[in-house]
Write a protein that binds this ligand. Structure first.
Ligand code: SF4
Length: 420
């Protein structure tokens, strides 16, 4: 959308109060995300009322999911359009500036998978989306309803984009999709993530390749070995498991149980030395008994994931889980999620302390005035969700520069150190 608008002659600005038109690209898959999106729309509505901006466009997942409701409940929005209208953003903005109130909800399959791009992250670290949609149909999840079925991007287009990103200074590629491990199943009739990763490794200038959002059933030996073998692929895997109890997983329409997941993780750790494993869990799924929850806590303590996030189950309309009996009280769901996170904080503290004395390659991201330290991330940290490494350096490193840092201390999820 940004590239299309710029090409049409619009100037992009970061600060909405300097803009004629504000576009909110909403998220809407769970309650917390919807609240954040609505808060943003209301805030921009106030700017519009104060005369700072002329028009407000709402698009993205929440607009796609709640087409009628947004129109009715959020009159601040001058235009509302679904994800299939991404390619029509110039027309939407033009019309809005002419005082019209367009509502565009074309087929979501029209969402362009490829095309020119303007990066909104710092140039040295870039997300690379390899597919759109999801076919897994987990019973709690609204994403397949919002984004549609799984569709892989052609490999040539992904590689071309990676080349362009590398030429523009990207050092770290973060490979994403709703499910990265399914890549190729639709387009090439087989799983092609290992082949794609091997080709991405050949792109000059790329130093780190990070793979997020893997589905446990598709964590094949071929994929593990590719990650282990290729030096550019960081030994960090994000494998959202959601739970470990076989009963809860079945109700979630996912596979496996504690034994099978434990065996998978043992295999991954054995085949990929130095592996940092991130996962996501859901606490308080309908029907989760005290016993299921105790099993989840015991599993987390046993596996000792280096990184873990836990959500309280969010009851999403039009999903099978929302209709299930035995819904758990909000307070209880939150209590369980908090307990998981308390357990995890201890595990992460131990992991952090074990890093003291090690020397890590750190991708510099910036300088913090308050602590007078540089900061960045090692291979063990994905941007935005994991911790940072704060370090002192004799010579000022530039953002995007790799620095060898000796770790001297750990504090919660962050590490401290000195550049060598
Ligand atoms: S794999 Fe992820 S995106 Fe797909 S349905 Fe399950 S939770 Fe949703």
């Amino acid at each position: 959308m940004m590239a299309r608008l710029q090409k049409a002659g619009y100037t992009l600005v970061d600060d909405a109060s300097c803009a004629d038109v504000a576009i909110v690209n909403t998220c809407g898959f769970i309650e917390a995300a919807k609240k954040e999106s609505i808060g943003e729309i209301l805030e921009l509505g106030r700017l519009k009322k104060a005369g700072c901006i002329k028009a407000l466009v709402v698009t993205g997942c929440m607009a796609e999911r709640y087409q009628q409701e947004i129109r009715k409940e959020l009159p601040e929005a001058d235009a509302v359009c679904g994800i299939g209208a991404d390619a029509d953003i110039v027309e939407v903005v033009d019309r809005t500036l002419r005082g019209e109130h367009p509502e565009l909800f074309p087929d979501k399959m029209l969402l362009p998978l490829c095309g020119e791009r303007i990066q909104s992250t710092p140039p040295y670290s870039s997300y690379l989306k390899i597919a759109e949609g999801c076919d897994n149909r987990c019973s709690y999840c609204a994403i397949p309803l919002i984004r549609g079925p799984y569709r892989s991007r052609p490999m040539e287009s992904i590689l071309e984009e990676a080349e362009t990103l590398a030429k523009n200074g990207t050092k770290e590629l973060i490979v994403i999709a709703q499910d990265t491990t399914r890549y190729g199943c639709d387009l090439y009739k087989k799983r092609m993530l290992p082949e794609l990763l091997q080709k991405l490794c050949k792109v000059d200038g790329i130093v780190w390749i990070r793979v997020l959002y893997c589905y446990p059933d598709f964590m094949t030996e071929e994929l593990m070995d590719t990650i282990a073998r290729e030096p550019k692929i960081v030994k960090y895997i994000d494998l959202p498991l959601q739970h470990c109890s076989g009963t809860v997983l079945r109700a979630m329409r996912r596979f496996g149980n504690r034994e099978k997941l434990t065996a998978l993780i043992q295999k991954m750790r054995a085949r990929i030395p130095g592996l940092i494993l991130r996962t996501t869990m859901i606490a308080g799924f309908p029907g989760e008994t005290e016993e299921d929850f105790a099993q989840l806590c015991a599993f987390i303590k046993e596996i000792r994931f280096e990184r873990l996030g836990c959500f309280a189950y969010s009851q999403e309309e039009d999903t099978p889980a929302a209709e299930m009996e035995n819904q758990i009280e909000e307070e209880e769901k939150r209590r369980r999620a908090d307990r998981v996170m308390e357990t995890q904080m201890g595990i992460m503290q131990d992991w952090g302390e074990a890093q003291v004395g090690k020397v890590l390659d750190v991708l510099t991201e910036g300088f913090e005035e308050e602590t007078a330290c540089w900061f960045g991330r090692s291979y063990a940290d994905a941007p935005e969700i994991d911790g940072r490494i704060y370090f002192t350096a004799g010579e000022a490193p530039a953002p995007g520069q790799f620095v060898r840092v000796r770790i001297t201390a750990c504090m919660d999820c962050d590490l401290m150190g000195e550049a060598e």
